[in-house]
Design a protein around this ligand. Structure first.
Ligand SMILES: Cc1ncc(COP(=O)(O)O)c(C=O)c1O
Length: 386
């Protein structure tokens, strides 16, 4: 009964694993979950307080479709302060989470016949959003450390290529695109008149290198770059659903129009919370990044000690993406058996375009990570096909 459009969309594998793991937990099983794509920290107190104040001040009605002016201004200031991009307020829009920002961009920029370059491994929702916009994902290789180079992008460009998706640091691999390659990719985009959608939700979760926003490089790429971000990961605010986009004004106007006929404004209260997140003290971000840095070191070391598994050091985000081919299993068999036999939930790599990998989120305490890895180690010893 459902439309053809929806029938062609694959359900989110990350959400499916999460649901199964939570169900097992509900049944009383002691499950260790490495599936979550969200920080295990609570939203900082100052942000929660701002939301409570908004309620008490009756800031509970509709707002302008694209967000309250104060939040747009805070976003423009954030882009200037942290990303060195000068976006005017007319070049900023607030949406209902980063996922919504990306969906709106896909709907407003892409159409039938367009091709979109998607580096593999990719976050699960990009490919489906591209298809919903009736465009075609064209997969682009990365190297053995999941790193994208301009040369790899160039090979896939043709007259139909409309957009490239950059996600640095990447979900699921944690890889970052090196600054020199970002510069070369910007030159390519300008030469071929391609949009570059830069999804920067993990920009703060970088352990060593520094983040570089492609839109900051020069005036030419700025006209083709669309910068998408959200408060979800940076401020442990996944449930508040606030995302934001910086882009040339014609794209922002189109998104405003689409949003006006779909969701209207994002939650008024959540917008005030996001305003405090972006304009208030930033100490909580540093604390979270420090904790993730320690967990990253630990999970990477332990994974490489397990039979049949080898893992590239993740440079950012909060995911490890080990190669599991040494176990003799594909990613679905690996993830299903691991959950059924050892009660550990991971996401099969096939969901991100690579079937010999699995994704483990390290957004949980070191103790929980250790418990999970002990189980995987023991299980892999007998499950690995000799
Ligand atoms: C790469 C990437 N982009 C965007 C998002 C969207 O996050 P949200 O909709 O919570 O802002 C996610 C969430 O998992 C993500 O991993």
């Amino acid at each position: 009964m459902v439309s053809l459009r929806i029938r062609h969309i694959a359900p989110s594998a990350t959400l499916a694993i999460d649901a199964k793991a939570k169900q097992l937990k509900k049944e009383g099983k002691d499950v260790v979950i490495f599936g979550a794509g969200e920080p295990d920290f609570d939203t900082p107190e100052n942000i929660k307080l701002a939301a409570k104040k908004a309620i008490d001040n009756n800031l509970t009605r509709y707002t302008p479709v694209g967000g309250i002016p104060e939040l747009k201004k805070a976003v423009a200031e954030k882009f200037k302060r942290e990303n060195n991009i000068n976006y005017d307020i007319s070049e900023v829009i607030i949406s209902c989470g980063g996922k919504h920002s990306l969906f709106n961009i896909a709907m407003c920029v892409l159409g039938k016949g367009d091709e979109v370059l998607l580096p593999v491994p990719y976050w699960v929702s990009y490919a489906e959003m591209i298809k919903l916009a009736e465009a075609k994902p064209v997969f682009c290789n990365t190297d053995e450390k999941f790193k994208l180079t301009a040369g790899m992008v160039e090979k896939k460009i043709n007259e139909k290529t409309k957009m490239l998706i950059l996600n640095s640091p990447s979900n699921p691999s944690g890889a970052i695109v090196e600054p020199d390659e970002i510069r070369k990719i910007a030159d390519l985009a300008v030469e071929h008149n391609l949009y570059v959608l830069s999804d920067e939700v993990y920009e703060h979760f970088i352990y060593g290198n520094r983040h570089l926003s492609i839109a900051s490089l020069n005036g030419e790429i700025r006209k083709l770059a669309i910068t998408s971000n959200s408060v979800s990961k940076t401020y442990a605010m996944t449930g508040w659903r606030i995302g934001y986009t910086g882009a040339p004004p014609e794209i922002i106007k189109a998104i405003d129009n689409l949003q006006g006929h779909s969701t209207s404004n994002p939650s008024n209260i959540a917008q005030y919370a996001a305003l405090e997140a972006l304009a208030g003290p930033q100490d909580s971000v540093k604390q979270m990044v420090k904790a993730f840095g320690e967990r990253r070191w630990f999970i990477h070391k332990r994974l490489n000690e397990i039979e049949g598994i080898s893992c590239v050091e993740p440079e950012g985000a909060f995911y490890a993406f080990p190669d599991i081919s040494g176990t003799g299993m594909n990613s679905i068999e690996f993830a299903s058996r691991l959950l059924d036999e050892a009660f550990v939930a991971v996401v099969p790599g096939i969901a991100f375009g690579l079937d010999n990998h699995a994704r483990l989120s390290y957004a949980s305490s070191i103790h929980e990570i250790e418990r999970g890895l002990d189980r995987i180690e023991k299980w892999a010893r007998q499950a690995t096909k000799k």
